[in-house]
Write a protein that binds this ligand. Sequence first.
Ligand SMILES: [Zn+2]
Length: 402
Amino acid sequence: MVLSIGVPCGRSSSLCGYCSPPGERSIKRSSRHIAGLDALQLSCDVYQAMIDRGWRRSGTWCYKPNLKASCCPQYPIRLDASSFKPSRSQRKLINRWNRFVEHGKNTDKPAKNKGKGSTIFDFVDAIHGSEGVMDGWEHRFEITLEESSYTIEKYTLFEKYQKKIHHDDSTIPGFKRFLVDSPLLPDPIPYFANPAKHLPTHYGSYHQLYRLDGKLIAMAVLDILPHCISSVYFMYDDDWEGFSLGKLSAIREISLARELFGAGAPGLKFLYLGYYIHTCQKMRYKGDYQPSFLCDPESHTWYPFEECATLLDANGYACFSNPENSGPSPRDAEIEEFDRHIPFKLDHDLWKQLLVVDRISGSRLFAKTLDETSLSEEEEEELSCCVEGLGTSLARRIIFRL
Ligand SMILES: [Zn+2]
């Protein structure tokens, strides 16, 4: 059995990067997190269940935003890879890139390799149509998928991306913490037969590398999980900005989900695109991949995007399962009240069920139940918040290190 172990953390807040320009960010315009978990290791199943309750990870740090107390509520968004159909503009993007790889810049010649002579646009074929070494082609475009790891080539791309796109500095340790470290333990994918060579053998954390003429031009950080591919991050060389590689990468990831499902990964039906913020123009494109769904902040069930968009147009905070719970964005006073709020108390039955690390000796871990443990008031509060964010059934699958 794969153990999931983490240090529970209580409420926290971070400055909101979406609604106020840098330098003007006040602490009141902020994202509040219900809870955090500094994960030592997680099974892919447990992490799947976490992201289905609105959690997300940055390196090994996992957190769950509080949508009610955030100026820009973050709704998890996913799309159904099995019934995805690219829109006209998405098809154009794929064809434009394929044309460029085949003929070079500034050409209107159609690309030959459009999907095995089919008249129906097959986006899985089309997305692979520009890859490989082809005689007479202007460029060589290659895609590789590898387990998350550090290389100077990746860091150089990240450094340039941070500087040019986000006007931010970067460091190697920061890059490793954010995009290389992962708590996910690889777990074999139960394929029917040997999968195609470009498909991964295990669920886990990956880097998908885009190389043009041998040079790394983009990289996607992906978690491949039992029910989805979760897109963690995407960065690209701004020399290629005009080709909308970010939008193309989502289509490539949908294609990967579909291929994994086709090869026998039984539950792999979705692509998770992280969080969707309705008021943030830059995120609107996430709703353009259809059919897509948002996760309800109260029931943790998924609702069709169009249905949600109507509620989001009218409310700062929208609840899809109970529209009457929707309302305006929280005012500062409400956020302050949230910060003072006393978290729920763990009920006594749960004390006998939750596991805590007693000691680790070599490769052996000894656990005890919470009722055999003495907790400081602070530890109890951190743990209560974390359990509240996880829900009790998921909390029972994690061993907490206090
Ligand atoms: Zn904001």
